[in-house]
Design a protein around this ligand. Sequence first.
Ligand code: TXA
Ligand code: MG
Length: 340
Amino acid sequence: DETRIIQAEDDDMKDAVREAVALLEGGDIVALPTETVYGLGADAFNPEAVAKVFEAKERPSFDPLIVHISHARQLEEVAVVPPEIEETVRKLISAYWPGPLTLVLPKTDRIPDLVTSGQPTVAVRQSAHRVFRGIGKQLGRPIAAPSANRFGRISPTSASAVMKELGGRIPLIVDAGACRDGLESTIIRIEPGEKKPVIHVLRPGPVTKKELQNFGRVIVEKKRLIDAPEAPGQLASHYAPRTPLLMFERPDDFHPEAGKRYGLLSYKEDPKAGYLHRHEWAVVEALSPGSGKLAEAAVRLFHVMRVLDEAGLDAIVAEPVSETGLGQAIMDRLRRASTP
Ligand code: TXA
Ligand code: MG
């Protein structure tokens, strides 16, 4: 079956919005741009539509989806905010919504169990992307949308990347160009604490630990196991290219095998960093060429991983980035992508 791409132009997104809404209303699935990565959307209240998302992605049904609302008042349709954390939730929402922050909250009965994989909680966010918001508002219902890649693979940050992942499996991709952030949203769960609320980061993302510290004590959860699925998507191996991706603490730890083609996923192609001169790389791709800016690196990460994955290499060697600010989310994705 054919997958169409429809452009949502800056000055005219009406046709794209109309087509996407018609499909969603009919219980179909559509790839949609968000400010983080492209999502594969379905009407969150329609379990048959949600089932199509799992099928297209080949996603195991124990990995729940994020529900996207388009008005703050829609929150009560999907989630219940416990009174003990209400103030913190309110502050976080007013600081970051619409935007790349996802809250895990108790779900309402309207959310099908399939969306949450049978868990009593739902992950909710409000996307800041104008096209996504336009579609959500016109639909008037929340949209369940995981990233628009096949399960365990690299998240798409452009319509062409979605096409490579899901072409032939979905009817429509709404193309609004490259994603602004390039990394999936920060996912948190809030608990009341003794002095301050406790914010558990289940997945690091564009909203950083430092920013969240203004709202409570922040605990960044360590890797989760497959069978302890509080954040079931946080499977040890995720966002993975097909080519093995290796990461070493120090450049000296890398011992290339003779005759193999290696590509370097470099941070800024810094000759002093040691990786560049370590080896005759078949390909070098930099996340933030020259300048070494974490924001630029985040935006380019999945694109660069995809380019290297398509270069016919024996392995990709990723240079670690500093784990400050956005670097924490970048390193989280690199570790999950890397081969044990
Ligand atoms: O930026 C994003 O969050 C993108 C865009 C499309 O919004 N979406 C996204 O969805 O990254 P996905 O499905 O690829 O990742 C959602 C993550 C999964 O790791 C899942 O396990 C976790 O959210 N999650 C969903 N519901 C949860 C819940 N009730 N409790 C804990 N984790 C949950
Ligand atoms: Mg994903």
